[in-house]
Design a protein. Structure first.
Length: 217
């Protein structure tokens, strides 16, 4: 297993681990993915995923890659900075009997990008909000998508800003290195569009926005 090369990834690995990971998996087995992730999965499947390849960055428990494999995707590369989430996703792959279609890569995606290469669909579900440097992550990851690029990240509204301020204060008081970062939608979209994409799907709820981009022809 590779080592983590950035402080943010170390904080992510520490935060999304142990009891937290097991608790989320138990909830996932009971009720499935959360609302925003279900919306993203449905939007991708609506575009027909039969035979496609997937790169799921920060895939966590694996809701996206497991569902897309079951919907017909040929393979999925799963990159994550949480060793415990990778372990749980492997367990879920075994439970669903499609482990052979999945490959797991532990580490900072920026370091793994060239090794992992491109895929028909690239997804980042609640990932860019874990990183201060959104532009590098989005620029590199979107350049690896040949058909669709999909993101879920927080809306940049006054109420989400208050939640983030309070949450980060609590993390600091508890001695946690993990922080949440808000990124304006227009700034994110400018980076994605710079790699030749246009928006093809949008959904939001009170906290999250789900955006799917298609490659311009």
């Amino acid at each position: 297993m590779s080592t983590l090369t950035c402080d943010t990834c170390v904080a992510v690995d520490s935060f999304f681990s142990g009891k937290r990971a097991k608790k989320k998996y138990k909830k996932y087995l009971k009720s499935g993915a959360d609302q925003s992730t279900k919306k993203l999965i449905a939007a991708l499947i609506e575009n027909d995923v039969e035979g496609i390849t997937l790169l799921d960055i920060g895939g966590g428990l694996g809701a996206i890659h497991h569902e897309l494999i079951e919907a017909g995707a040929s393979s999925a590369k799963c990159a994550d900075a949480s060793a415990d989430y990778i372990a749980i996703s492997k367990t879920e792959g075994e439970r669903r009997n499609h482990s052979e279609k999945l490959s797991y890569h532990y580490g900072n995606y920026i370091d793994l990008a060239e090794e992992l290469g491109s895929a028909d669909i690239v997804t980042l579900d609640k990932v860019i909000c874990c990183f201060d440097d959104m532009k590098e992550l989005v620029a590199i990851s979107s350049s690896k998508a040949t058909e669709l690029y999909a993101l879920i990240f927080p809306r940049n509204k006054w109420w989400t800003r208050l939640i983030v301020i309070f949450g980060n204060m609590m993390f600091a008081l508890l001695g946690k290195g993990f922080r949440i970062h808000l990124h304006p939608e227009k700034e994110v979209e400018a980076v994605v569009e710079g790699n030749g994409f246009e928006r093809v799907f949008y959904y939001n709820n009170i906290l999250w926005q789900v955006i799917v981009y298609g490659k311009k022809v």
